[in-house]
Design a protein. Structure first.
Length: 131
């Protein structure tokens, strides 16, 4: 498993997401996904995710959050008028193990505030979501 980490580009930073079950440390790929990282960090700094529930759990697959309504239908980006922004793909960032954090949009260009954390290897998501 350790060779998986050697294949990924070096991360440039980390943030801590406070949840009701404790903190989650998240690596950021600012060079590879600058819009997604800015969006996520600004939401964290502004307290957007405070008291924001994880609204979806698919055992062995993903845990999803980032929707302040808790329904899976809400959330805005930090960009103009809360509009969605396009996906940012990087060939060396892949869903090869659990714990990968990615944007959760209904399609590649529908990124707002929702994100998910993988609970296992999810190769079928490669090329579909910004890590």
């Amino acid at each position: 498993m350790s060779n998986v980490y050697n294949m990924e580009p070096p991360t440039r930073g980390r943030v801590v997401l406070q949840t009701t079950l404790g903190p989650i440390e998240i690596e950021l790929w600012a060079k590879e996904a600058p819009k997604a990282v800015r969006n996520f960090v600004q939401h964290l700094l502004e307290g957007y995710f405070t008291q924001c529930p994880f609204h979806r759990l698919v055992r062995g697959f993903v845990l999803q959050g980032g929707d302040p309504t808790g329904t899976g239908d809400g959330g805005v980006s930090v960009y103009e008028d809360g509009r969605a922004f396009p996906a940012e793909m990087h060939s060396r960032l892949r869903f090869t193990h659990r714990g990968i954090v990615a944007m959760a949009g209904t399609n590649r260009d529908d990124n707002r505030s929702q994100f998910f954390i993988t609970l296992d290897r999810c190769e079928e998501l490669n090329g579909k979501h910004t890590i």
